[in-house]
Design a protein around this ligand. Structure first.
Ligand code: GCV
Length: 710
């Protein structure tokens, strides 16, 4: 993973002052410990504790919590940044002059928001200032990412702060091995790093390493258990809080709060009450006292993640209540302790009759939740999957995201590669997430990233914006007890990229470049090769699997490998309706399910018409003949033939590129990637041949290129 010891060499070989002032909390201690470890390893010096300005001036690097220290100088900002508005990476020279010359203190009045830091180079000294310990930790790691140049470059200053206030990874870990789903649901990297035989592991060394890695890239929230809460896990809330506390203790020093997934039926199943009705006073009392006990054990507990009335999980519908009633029940129990409920919008009928062409699963979240806009308490965040279906390789952005202006919102991504190659295939998801976050939801140009952050992407407007407080960005984690953490070593890049995009970085290629450097070093051949393998890998995967926005042509249950009709006659609502004449789902208002009507302008019209619908989503919104001509100029069937053949050829090229760097990366890393690329090639060939053959047999139309069809 990223952050090998070597990454800290430039810092560790310097004289470094860490001035945390009166902050004796665990995060500040982590900064001190990181610098202490680095300086002792690489021959530098750590200076800490109360120091004079002279002490500070004798250092090459100064890391300071501003406004709490005092010991390193008394200068105040000559001109604090204008309240509420700061460009993210612009210089603010007067303040930095004060910081460096004075030495250091920006002034208590300066608006240093949580996690924010300034990184300045002035008069031969590198200075990191932050308003809180988390900001100092993030500034330290920005310094590490920049490496030696940050310690030698000309004068410069950068201000940075997280765009998303909550940057969360949800683990779908079961405490015991589930008979069907295994220990980690949709986990492709071995067992849970947290749990073993129903309890927290005795040895939490690996969790500590994980927490350090996450803290270094700004993750500040972790869900500890699967959103499908089975009987054993439901008791974490009541019987095993000591286990939760042990994990919280490991995450806390890295600025990360822990959350539990809870079962809505807990008052019944765990508490022995006759009901879990959210309006029942006994149920409300039960939750209030359960939550009180949690906070007695874990005072900085983050809150709950809830999957209710979804895929068999219990919820408020059983009592004739709606999801605002359900979410507010938990929110009110958490409110006295400043806890938050992340309430998932993934609610649909998974017992649909496939014969029923009028019901459309894509509509479900919008139908259920938009009537509730404005009814959720302030400490409820509605957690919405990025697409209306379910983490497919290609989906339109969910219309729910634009449709609930009075609700706090978090967008949910999937780092674990359920439908994107299961960490057998090299698929870098940064470009997919980038497209999602940049998607302009409506005519006012607001993007998904904007709404999830409460901020325009790339700016730091904190003024008079009417958007409710930010919900954050959430993703399902991909980590397990595998030697390489993520099964496929290159899948580590996705974990890294999620964190960096959640922080606010905007260029997935640059983020990938960072990950390569931090993980595999500076060898230009390695860098170029990993880029050659990963840069376009999401689109490559799309080419050989899911054509033009059709999803779910996967094997039912485990979701790996091709199966054109695997989900076609099932209750899951996941159909493509391919027959001998055409393919796709008519979701138009004119003749289909009306799903296009859930979008704001311009998308409701863009998607409604085959003329304007983007090619890559055509079959998500329209049922068309195989001979329909795409904007690209080719027919639907020829596109399918071409992309599946070309996608496979690209995988062959990826494998060949990788083979060229044997000996330049650690052998075990090289071997694992090589082995996974071989499986990717086998699987892509299977996808190619099954889909090309299946659609030739259905349509009877020949591949114009004459390539083999079986
Ligand atoms: C945790 C999909 C997955 C399920 C997952 C569900 C969800 O349906 O296949 O394994 O359940 O999404 O996000 O809740």
């Amino acid at each position: 993973m990223w952050l090998p010891d070597e990454a800290l060499r430039p810092l560790g070989s310097r004289r470094v002052l860490v001035a945390v002032g009166p902050d004796d909390g665990p995060v500040a201690q982590t900064v001190v410990d990181e610098v202490a470890a680095a300086t002792s390893r690489f021959g530098g010096v750590l200076v800490t504790g109360p120091v004079t300005p002279e002490d500070a001036l004798a250092c090459d690097v100064v890391l300071a919590i501003v406004g709490s220290a005092g010991q390193v100088g008394t200068a105040s900002a000559t001109q604090p940044p204008p309240a509420g508005y700061l460009p993210r990476t612009d210089s603010y020279v007067p303040a930095v002059q004060a910081v460096v010359d004075g030495l250091l203190v920006l002034g208590r009045g300066a608006p240093m928001s949580p996690g924010m830091f300034g990184l300045a180079r002035h008069d031969g000294r590198t200075v990191v200032v932050a308003g809180d310990a988390a900001g100092l930790l993030y500034g330290l790691h920005e310094l590490v990412r920049r490496g030696a140049p940050a310690l030698t470059c000309p004068d410069d200053v950068v201000w940075d702060l997280p765009v998303h206030q909550v940057r969360m990874l949800d683990h779908w870990d079961n405490t015991v091995v589930h008979p069907v789903m295994g220990q980690v649901e949709r986990g492709y990297a071995g067992g849970s790093i947290f749990w073993s035989d129903g309890r927290v592991r005795d040895d939490l060394t690996r969790v500590a390493q994980y927490a350090r890695l996450l803290g270094s890239v700004g993750i500040n929230a972790v869900g500890l258990n699967n959103v499908n809460v089975h009987a054993a896990e439901a008791r974490l809330l009541t019987d095993h809080l000591d286990d939760v506390a042990r994990l919280a203790d490991v995450f806390r020093p890295h600025g990360i709060r822990v959350y539990l997934s809870v079962s809505f039926a807990s008052p019944l199943t765990v508490g022995g009450l006759p009901t879990a009705d959210p309006l029942d006073p006994g149920v409300q009392d039960w939750w209030a006292s359960a939550v009180r006990r949690v906070y007695e054990t874990v005072p900085d507990f983050g809150g709950f993640v809830v999957k209710a009335d979804s895929e068999g999980q219990p919820g408020p519908f059983a009592y004739g209540r709606d999801h605002a009633d359900g979410a507010n029940l938990l929110a009110r129990a958490l409110a006295p302790f400043s806890g938050t409920v992340f309430w998932r919008a993934f609610v649909y009928d998974h017992h649909q009759d496939w014969r029923d062409r009028s019901t459309d699963r894509a509509r479900a979240a919008h139908d259920h939740f938009t009537p509730l806009d404005g009814r959720f308490d302030d400490n409820v965040v509605l957690q919405v999957k990025y697409g209306p279906m379910d983490f497919q390789t290609r989906e339109p952005v969910s219309p729910v995201i634009a449709a609930m202006p009075r609700t706090r919102l978090a967008v949910e991504l999937q780092v674990t590669q359920e439908y994107t190659g299961q960490q057998q295939h090299a698929v870098y998801l940064g470009p997919q997430w980038d497209e999602i976050l940049r998607f302009p939801l409506a005519e006012d140009g607001r993007t998904v990233g904007y709404l999830a952050a409460g901020l325009p992407v790339g700016t730091v407007h904190r003024g008079d914006d009417p958007v409710p407080p930010a919900g954050g960005l959430v993703a399902v984690s991909s980590v397990g007890d595998d030697e390489f953490w993520t099964g496929h070593p290159l899948a580590q890049a996705n974990l890294y990229a999620f964190a960096r995009l959640a922080w606010g970085e905007e260029d997935p290629d640059a983020v990938l470049d960072e990950w390569i450097g931090l993980t595999l070093g500076d060898d230009p051949a390695v860098r170029a090769t990993v880029h050659a393998v990963l840069d376009d890998s999401w689109r490559t995967y799309e080419r050989y699997t899911a054509p033009l926005g059709v999803g779910f042509m996967v094997r039912p249950g485990h979701h790996y490998g091709p199966d054109v009709d695997g989900y076609e006659y099932t209750p899951w609502g996941t159909y493509h309706f391919a027959d001998r004449d055409g393919i796709g789902v008519d979701r138009t208002r004119a003749t289909g399910t009306g799903f296009t009507g859930q979008y704001a302008a311009p998308w409701r019209d863009v998607y409604e018409s085959v003329e304007t619908c983007p090619d890559e989503l055509l079959l998500f919104f329209h049922h068309v003949p195989y001979t329909h001509v795409l904007h690209s100029g080719t027919t639907v069937i020829q596109h399918l033939y071409d992309t599946h053949a070309d996608g496979y050829d690209e995988v062959v090229r990826m494998a060949s590129a990788w083979s060229s760097i044997e000996g330049r990366v650690p052998q075990a890393f090289f071997d694992r990637v090589t082995q996974r690329l071989a499986e990717q090639e086998r699987s892509a060939r299977e996808w190619r041949d099954q889909l090309r053959s299946a659609f030739f047999r259905r349509s009877g139309i020949a591949d114009a290129t004459g390539r083999t069809i079986y």
